[in-house]
Design a binder for this molecule. Sequence first.
Ligand SMILES: *[C@@H]1O[C@H](CO)[C@@H](O)[C@H](O)[C@H]1NC(C)=O
Ligand SMILES: *[C@@H]1O[C@H](CO)[C@@H](O)[C@H](O)[C@H]1NC(C)=O
Ligand SMILES: *[C@@H]1O[C@H](CO)[C@@H](O)[C@H](O)[C@H]1NC(C)=O
Ligand SMILES: *[C@@H]1O[C@H](CO)[C@@H](O)[C@H](O)[C@H]1NC(C)=O
Ligand SMILES: *[C@@H]1O[C@H](CO)[C@@H](O)[C@H](O)[C@H]1NC(C)=O
Ligand SMILES: *[C@@H]1O[C@H](CO)[C@@H](O)[C@H](O)[C@H]1NC(C)=O
Ligand SMILES: *[C@@H]1O[C@H](CO)[C@@H](O)[C@H](O)[C@H]1NC(C)=O
Ligand SMILES: *[C@@H]1O[C@H](CO)[C@@H](O)[C@H](O)[C@H]1NC(C)=O
Ligand SMILES: *[C@@H]1O[C@H](CO)[C@@H](O)[C@H](O)[C@H]1NC(C)=O
Ligand SMILES: *[C@@H]1O[C@H](CO)[C@@H](O)[C@H](O)[C@H]1NC(C)=O
Length: 791
Amino acid sequence: MSLLNNYFLNKISILFIFQILFIFSFTKCDIKVYDLSGDWKLTNNNNVTLTAKLPGSVQMSLYYSQIIENPIWRFGDTDTRWIAFQNWVYSRSLTLDSDFINNQKIVLEFDGIDTIAQITINQVNVTMTSNQFRLWRIDVTDFLHVGDNEMTITFFSPTDYVNEQAASYPYLVPGDTDSVINYYHGEKNRQFIRKAQCHFGWDWGPCLLPIGIHRSLQLISYQNLLINKTQINQYRKTQTTYEIEAKINLMQITTGSVTLTLDQFTQKKEFDSKQEIEIKLEVESPELWWPNGYGSQKLYELEIKVESGEETQEITKKIGFRHIELVEEPVSNSSGLSFYFRINDVPIFAKGSNFIPLDSFEGVVTKEVYDNFFESAIAANWNMMRVWGGGVYETDYFYDKCDEKGIMIMQDFMFACSMYPRNAGFLTEISGEIEDQIYRLSHHASIIVWSGNNENEAALSWWDPIIENPRLYVVDYSKLYLDTMRPIVFKLDPNRTFLSSSPSNGVLSSDPYVLRWGNPQNESYGDVHFYDYTMDCLDVSNYPSPRFASEFGFQSVDSIYSWQQCSVSEDWDIYSPLFEHRQHHPLGTFEMLGQIEMHFPFSYSNASQFESFIYLSQVTQAICMQTETEHYRRLKSSPHKTYGTLYWQASNDWVAPSWSSLEHFGRWKILHYFAANFYSSVIVSPYESAPDELSVYVVSDLLVPIQNDRFSLELWSWNGSLLYSDSLSYSVQPLDSILVYKRPISSILSAVSQTLTRQDCFLHFSARNSSNLFFLSSFYNVTLTPKIHFS
Ligand SMILES: *[C@@H]1O[C@H](CO)[C@@H](O)[C@H](O)[C@H]1NC(C)=O
Ligand SMILES: *[C@@H]1O[C@H](CO)[C@@H](O)[C@H](O)[C@H]1NC(C)=O
Ligand SMILES: *[C@@H]1O[C@H](CO)[C@@H](O)[C@H](O)[C@H]1NC(C)=O
Ligand SMILES: *[C@@H]1O[C@H](CO)[C@@H](O)[C@H](O)[C@H]1NC(C)=O
Ligand SMILES: *[C@@H]1O[C@H](CO)[C@@H](O)[C@H](O)[C@H]1NC(C)=O
Ligand SMILES: *[C@@H]1O[C@H](CO)[C@@H](O)[C@H](O)[C@H]1NC(C)=O
Ligand SMILES: *[C@@H]1O[C@H](CO)[C@@H](O)[C@H](O)[C@H]1NC(C)=O
Ligand SMILES: *[C@@H]1O[C@H](CO)[C@@H](O)[C@H](O)[C@H]1NC(C)=O
Ligand SMILES: *[C@@H]1O[C@H](CO)[C@@H](O)[C@H](O)[C@H]1NC(C)=O
Ligand SMILES: *[C@@H]1O[C@H](CO)[C@@H](O)[C@H](O)[C@H]1NC(C)=O
């Protein structure tokens, strides 16, 4: 069978058309698709030639053809590095029939080509691509003919490319230093290419530098009418009326009509000689879309039909109606401004994590892998994620799942932890990328805010060359994010907020647009990222009291089952070359050990303790994160008005020490089980608010009050006997956090006996459906028979 297939319907019998007409409203369309996915010849014109699938990457194709080991097996990241230093040529022939060629126009479409590539058709240079994040639509009408055609895609070494760019740039653009690159076993100068920045190595991830095509690739031929892209804004116009503003961008200037339909609401508009048509549709009292935990996720099908003469094209987009506000206003008894999201008039306490790519190679991430990920996210009661700026703008399937599951998205643009060039070519590339991605993503209900980059504003104080000449780099920063990126976002997507960076302090004035410069980590404004690995993580006084904690975390180590999938037994030791190779965070292993040793009677001497170390690293991470997250949740109704907890990080893109709550192959770390608990709608949360002072809060994310419920406290001996219990009635207003119990710990102990010590017992609390524990002493010293012992 020919790969050539009809997109919709064409040149088929009248009778058949008649039947189909009845089923579909679109017919008579000369749009044809030639899918370019499948087998290609791949060679480096040197020592490797094979048959490889596209979409796909050079690395995984070499692995599937058994030319290399799996890149995530043991030292695969460095063993396969030579691949990134070569050029790779994909080629194939394509046989096109006259129906395909006789259409007016043919476009070559790539939804993701990674990265620097030259495309030829029949030995003629067609174009160059230089940005992984662009949607390429290339007119190739003049290059193709009926019969056999030859197509090649030559990928140039990304490492050679960035090094050449850096060398020819007129001055230093600070980014990862040599010592950081050394820890990551990474490659330098990533800021000079529009390619996932974590491909060059990160403190949790490998440098694997995928080369290839990661999303769809096809040729489309059409007569006069082809929708190129659409953009859908949606906002609340009156209390019950929502307005949809659609932009329909056509491949060429056309005359005709466009119709928007959503349930019984419909709007038709004629247009004359236009390439982009704007049309609005009012929808009365739609059922709303809610974040997970606050209501259901109603999604509607919006049908967009364009007609021109005999030609018709129809597409649908799934949209959800919700009113988003980022509330930044004065808070009583507190300096600075609040920072929280109000969705459909309800303040939403954000609970969730930061998303990094699930794998270096997108092709490995099947729908099943995503489904499994989202099941885990929902099981842990997440309602928000931040798609982090060092990865990729995720796949359509990812955002569809966020829409369906009610996971709100803070979407970073793909810039992270670096300064960036600002020459004309680079800014043009970025402008195209921002526009492409806003068109592609704007209809998703789940995306609630854009952010310019990850930590680049904070990074203005990181490196000596910047400190020596701050004006140069502040001007560069403004040029890129404030003067180039921001106006595009404002123009295309006026109903979503744009934040300059995460973290940032918001704006001093929106017109004129002036940032509230200063330390972007200011707890009184915007979001903050907070890390400290050497303090006692169970001592709450060590944590900040921010408006919104968009990053915080502790490392732990994947279970032995995951190590078994990528390494051999000689690697299972914290002092093994492989473990040291995969610990990219300087001193990370000793910080984990330090945190473990503060709380458990454990010290690492040799490989026989590797599994105990893994277990304790996960337990420690879980109790640290519970302590920190509950602290932020308790502050919800305080003058700090903390309203967000997105912990670092959701998943792991290989098996290595990292901050994730999910392991690379999808297993849950202990933290993920804890998150399911500390993120439930109602929690009872005890802590020691001053020496000997026990304070217990009930925190509710419910929209209804809890009235005259009972709260109970039990004191248990480590030997298993119940020593004391107490209970009292309490009520909590909707969305509130209140102190329900306060008492000296010594008075609870002395109520049992004068000799009882904090080492002998622990507290258990329950309220509503929530329960919690509070340990009165370090596990190090508790009175246990037999004595606790980790071999
Ligand atoms: C191919 O050649 C490169 C050096 O040019 C070398 O590093 C690599 O190991 C070779 N690979 C194979 C599969 O022969
Ligand atoms: C191929 O075409 C692109 C754009 O059309 C151009 O930038 C590039 O330099 C050309 N390459 C060669 C080798 O001619
Ligand atoms: C603000 O502080 C005053 C005086 O300390 C206190 O009476 C009031 O309850 C506080 N308000 C809030 C909202 O905390
Ligand atoms: C079609 O959309 C792509 C992706 O945004 C854009 O680069 C291109 O310029 C558009 N084509 C036309 C003809 O407008
Ligand atoms: C949404 O954007 C439109 C402009 O496209 C503006 O008129 C409207 O006031 C905005 N509404 C909200 C709720 O942001
Ligand atoms: C944070 O902002 C507050 C309020 O404007 C200000 O008083 C404080 O000095 C700032 N702190 C830092 C660390 O910049
Ligand atoms: C390894 O450590 C364990 C626990 O400390 C100890 O019992 C064992 O003797 C050690 N083995 C070696 C070979 O040093
Ligand atoms: C358990 O511990 C409590 C308090 O330390 C003590 O009173 C009790 O006798 C112990 N029970 C047993 C069975 O050892
Ligand atoms: C939670 O508690 C309420 C009130 O006590 C009860 O009606 C409900 O069934 C409980 N839900 C679960 C999941 O246990
Ligand atoms: C354990 O108890 C001893 C003696 O009371 C004390 O010196 C030590 O600091 C405690 N250790 C921890 C980790 O709490």
